[in-house]
Ligand binder design. Structure first.
Ligand SMILES: NC(=O)c1ccc[n+]([C@@H]2O[C@H](COP(=O)([O-])OP(=O)(O)OC[C@H]3O[C@@H](n4cnc5c(N)ncnc54)[C@H](OP(=O)(O)O)[C@@H]3O)[C@@H](O)[C@H]2O)c1
Length: 294
């Protein structure tokens, strides 16, 4: 049978294209039909509805915006749900709350289906080059069925145990990313507003132990005030909220994350939700300039 892929957004389109260009026979669907055309050109079958994907595929990848989109596609809460998932393995690759995923796991298994979480670390560029990192969780047999299929999309995958451990792992990694990029941005602002040579700040950073793939990607964007999107501030705010909620649920302190949460809220309120996450610079500058006026 074909492998199914539903959700051809910023991430899903290049991921599905990498599958289509490998030896995998795939059938795809996207709410906005025009986004499936590059897949058709690459030899994939394009379904007329999600139900057609579930009818034709045993394993179905979902790369959708959020839980509401997933519920709509799965027909959750309607009689179609059991028909869609029974005898299928549903693979959740997007980012939702761990609690949502835990409930979906239970619903799918109760309806006779298999369920695997496979959230990914990496943004559009690694998606295009098949260099995403996947975290996997679910029943062992289902995970083993899905893992080899990830090859064209991901250069590494880690098995994290039962659901929702993969999403908790994804949120843990994102907690580090969000606090790291916000810290880099604040450091840049500090250097910049002291009148230091911005280029030299980057050179010093690059030469030392704090240099990383992320700093090498984000520091030049700060220097050039290049806010073209790699990971949108609005999506970072969503992830920030998911992490904060998961922390509150366990009564965990997350002091750095909470400050970032406020700053990304301010970034979006200032109108930069569609800009890259380094646009958090605007929120920090606004705090500085606001304080200066008082
Ligand atoms: N972008 C990143 O860097 C990144 C990295 C890792 C993980 N993620 C996560 O991966 C997921 C997808 O991200 P993305 O950047 O690809 O998002 P995106 O570009 O906004 O794509 C969202 C997809 O969901 C579909 N969708 C939304 N609402 C729907 C509904 N009610 N019914 C059916 N389909 C619906 C969209 O269809 P249309 O085309 O019709 O709108 C589109 O295919 C998100 O959970 C995100 O947090 C993103």
């Amino acid at each position: 049978m074909d492998v199914g892929f539903i959700g051809l957004g910023v991430m899903g389109l290049p991921m599905a294209l990498n599958l289509a260009r490998s030896d995998t026979k795939i059938v795809v669907w996207n709410r906005t039909a025009a986004r499936a055309e590059p897949l058709r050109a690459a030899g994939a079958a394009v379904a007329a509805s999600p139900a057609e994907v579930f009818a034709r595929a045993r394993v179905v990848f979902l790369m959708l915006a959020d839980g509401a989109a997933m519920d709509a596609v799965l027909g959750r809460g309607t009689p179609d749900f059991a028909a869609n998932v029974a005898g299928r393995t549903i693979v959740h690759m997007g980012t939702t709350s761990p609690g949502y995923s835990r409930d979906l796991d239970a619903d799918i298994r109760a309806a006779g289906g298999g369920y695997v979480e496979a959230p990914v670390s990496g943004s559009r560029q690694p998606a295009e080059t098949g260099r995403l990192v996947a975290m996997l969780a679910g029943e062992q047999a289902a995970v083993e069925e899905v893992r080899p299929l990830l090859g064209p999309m991901c250069h590494e995958s880690f098995v994290c145990g039962p659901a929702p451990n993969a999403l908790v792992m994804k949120l843990s990694v994102n907690l580090f990313l969000i606090t790291m990029v916000t810290g880099l941005t604040e450091a840049f602002h500090f250097a910049d507003r002291h009148g230091l040579d911005r280029r030299q700040f980057l050179d010093v950073l690059d030469a030392g132990p704090m240099a990383s793939g992320v700093s090498r990607m984000k520091a030049p964007k700060l220097m050039d005030r290049d806010f073209a999107v790699q990971a949108a501030a609005l999506d970072v705010l969503k992830n920030n909220r998911l992490i904060a909620e998961a922390a509150r649920e366990r009564e965990l302190a997350s002091p750095l994350l909470d400050v970032c949460h406020a700053l990304f809220g301010e970034t979006v309120a200032l109108g930069y939700g569609g800009s890259d996450m380094v646009a958090v610079l605007h929120a920090i500058e606004a705090r500085t300039d606001g304080a200066g006026r008082r």
